[in-house]
Design a protein around this ligand. Sequence first.
Ligand code: SF4
Ligand SMILES: [Zn+2]
Length: 402
Amino acid sequence: MTLAVKSKPYIIPEYSLTGDLLSYQTCGLQYRYQNRGALPPSIPVQLWFGEFIHGVMEEAYKTWRTDPASFRFPWSWEGEIRAIEMNVNRRLKAKGLRRPPRLFCPYDETMNTPGTCPDADHPHKLLASRRAEAAINTWGPHLFPLIDNAEVKLKGCREMISYQEGVHRSNYYGIKGIVDVISSVSIERVHAGNLIHHYINANPEIRAMIDELSSLDYEIIIDYKGMRRPPVYLSQSVRNLTWNAHEWQVLTYAWLRSRQVDAQRPIAGIIFYLNELVPSADDIANLKQELRDGLTDIQPTGRMDKQTLAKWKRGSKKSALSPELREQRCIRLIPITEERRQQSLRAFDEVVAEIENSIVQEMRRGSIQGCWRPNPVEKTCTACDFKHICPAVKGRYRMSVL
Ligand code: SF4
Ligand SMILES: [Zn+2]
């Protein structure tokens, strides 16, 4: 009797835009060490806050939805928001995500020592809490009534470009992502004073698309980011990859979403850069620099903001930018056109092909180095856990012995 030879398992590699592609673009070698080796980075400040603010917005929405009449805005931090924050913090801790010190107070009034806080007068409304409160009260009243679906899982399949039989793992790859919110906007249902509707209408490209729609319903795809608004350019002529990648993310989600049966036409993406609502001293210093160099898109127009920024120095007491400027810097609108969507998918295909080629090379050579493209940019390298073994920055960083 001859036994049939078991064929090789057919694997369709799956890529997530945030987990794989954006991190690969930042630095291919770091991505390899970090993601494919499944080692989480050791200082996940941004990761913690990103997860925290997502969790808080999601839970705030669910709380509001149970009874919108009793949960009127603005919410008070002590009354409504603190309980949500504590729940989210507990969940993050259970997932192994530790909050960075001085960003969030995890204690209640029963704790009588300072812990990681400045004193024992808990709970403290530290930066993460001030941002959570501002995010809920600025956008909640306008956004929550528009939400149809929160945390929607999206999946799709694409052909692998430059596939070679016997060389690459598969001729298809999967894309997956979780979109924070999908809002189905019915023009008839939107309240006249709705701030999100106002921003959508103020964008001429999106406005023109709405005017052309045959139906009165459309969708917007919404993503929260626990970060400041990235500059559009890194220098006079170099576009910022992160800025581009966020647009790319929304467009890819729009493509995945448009293939689901219950979808209306997605016409715009909105990204909320939630740190902008309560900027830290570093954020203001970065903003000043970006304005001086002409790298950011949303600039102060009011006299007060211009003066505040001109006079601002590290340690200045007065650093409050106007609510209008903070709000405008927080919201980014991305029109979803067919052409843009196609471009983003092509870019996705190309990056996946690059990653798959690196995998093939690594399997052939049996070593990581030389197969994955490093991207030695000072800011990323300084925070990188692999800088001491990375050949691209050899000798630039000294090992500190504690
Ligand atoms: S040190 Fe810099 S170039 Fe090297 S892996 Fe880390 S981020 Fe990439
Ligand atoms: Zn505290």
